[in-house]
Ligand binder design. Structure first.
Ligand code: GUN
Ligand code: ZN
Length: 425
């Protein structure tokens, strides 16, 4: 039996960075018909009710139905150490991150955190994530197993590091290649799961390991590849010392076959002109992680790049200080304000849905509400707290009604999510 979800419905017919707010379509009394895991129709509630009298009705009242949020860069193993105080990137990795990631040598711990992480992500309205893991193959099995049991479309891969990490948290060029390949063969394309080739970043990979990752990517060209690029100034200086022969940070990847369409670079804040033009020419994706960039003190991402290449939005849990894509949109707004530009609410919600889907090359499947798309949906209560409710009372437009939830909302604003055509709760 089909399901018919009723509420306000927000979808996109174009890119709001190009077409402005007319790129969005808002149906004030709308409906979304879901059948067999997919969206099969959308339109005015009256019309769809009349056409599908047999459908099971889910009336969400004045709640807003959007595509499920897509978090394009997270580290699920950092769930338990989110909000750790007082360090910048390299010290933060050594002090907090690496000791926590060591614990994933225990498969039972990996399974516990994978479940905890996906429960938190979905409670915050996120239906797809693209996540790093740890060097341990069991950490990959844990997150794919947890996502598969929830019916989620997720992206993940073994984090590879063969230097500048503690004993017990290093693989080798060969073992990283062998284990990544085995995990890729095991998981890629199973149900809604996709494997992502994942060298952590140039400081923790030898040129030999980056070359091995490049070789693996040539063997499996339809996979994505994710890594970090130019997050902090000290990190860039370190890369210069470690790779004296490279033109710049991007070149450490480019020279090993790790720059082309399907490459996802997290952060990408302090880019040279050469790096920007090569990223654009190559058709790479950038992932903006705004709460992380302020929390670890990295810098201000240039959202102007969204006019030239695919830009996704992400929490970067636990360098980021939140599991919430609403908080993440708010932080993206504030960073753009500091750079002298106000992002429109349509652009913020687009980044968290279509934008991230495009970054992951998944925009024909997820990230929007349209017939044929997979039915991953987030139902937002636009008056979830007294503070938000009073701020929306004079709203004349959907954007005025939505913006207080973007700026002040959290998991209390998420009434529920639908994943693969099924309600979570
Ligand atoms: N660069 C390399 N590893 C990491 C990580 O775990 N988090 C962040 N924010 N940056 C990184
Ligand atoms: Zn990261």
């Amino acid at each position: 039996m089909p399901d018919l979800l009723l509420g306000q419905v927000l979808s996109f017919t174009a890119d709001p960075f190009e077409a402005g707010e007319t790129a969005a379509h808002h149906e004030s009394h709308g409906a979304v018909l879901v059948e067999g895991g997919r969206i099969t129709a959308t339109g005015p509630a009256e019309t769809l009710r009349a056409r599908h009298p047999q459908a099971r009705i889910h009336d969400y009242g004045r709640c807003l139905i959007t595509a499920g949020f897509i978090d394009a860069h997270v580290h699920y193993p950092q769930t338990a150490m989110i909000a750790s105080w007082g360090k910048r990137l390299i010290d933060w990795l050594n002090t907090y991150t690496f000791p926590e990631e060591m614990r994933f040598a225990d498969p039972a711990y990996a399974a516990e955190i994978a479940d905890r992480y996906l429960d938190l992500a979905t409670a915050h309205g996120t239906t797809t994530v693209c996540t790093y893991t740890t060097i341990h193959p069991a950490s990959v099995d844990a997150i794919f197993t947890a996502a598969q049991s929830r019916g989620m479309r997720i992206y993940a891969g073994k984090t590879c590091m063969d230097r500048n990490a503690p004993e017990g948290l290093r693989d080798t060029a060969q073992s990283a290649y062998d284990e990544s390949k085995r995990l890729l063969e095991k998981w890629h394309g199973q149900d809604r799961l996709s494997y992502v080739i994942t060298p952590r970043f140039s400081p923790t990979s030898t040129p030999e390991q980056l070359a091995a990752m490049g070789a693996l990517w040539r063997e499996y060209p339809d996979c994505l590849m994710q890594t970090h690029l130019s997050e902090q100034v000290d990190e860039i200086a370190w890369v210069r010392d470690l790779f004296p022969q490279s033109r710049d940070y991007l070149d450490t990847y480019e020279s090993q076959g790790l720059l082309r369409e399907g490459a996802l670079y997290g952060h990408a804040i302090h880019l040279t002109e050469r790096e920007k033009s090569r990223l654009i020419e190559a058709g790479a994706s950038l992932v903006h992680c705004p709460t992380s960039n302020t929390f670890i003190g990295s810098g201000l991402f240039d959202m102007g790049l969204a006019r030239h290449l695919r830009v996704g939005l992400a929490t970067d849990t636990g360098g980021g200080s939140s599991f919430s894509m609403l908080h993440t949109m708010a932080a993206a707004y504030e960073i753009a304000q500091l750079r002298g530009h106000a992002l429109h609410p349509s652009q913020l919600i687009w980044l968290a849905t279509v934008g991230s889907a495009r970054a992951l090359h998944a925009e024909t499947r997820i990230g929007n509400i349209a017939p044929g798309m997979e039915a991953d949906l987030t139902i937002l209560d636009l008056a979830s707290t007294p503070a938000i409710e009073q701020a929306t009372r004079r709203a004349q437009t959907i954007w005025e009604a939505l913006f207080p939830t973007i700026m002040m909302g959290d998991d209390r604003a998420v009434r529920t999510v639908w994943i693969g055509g099924k309600p979570l709760r």
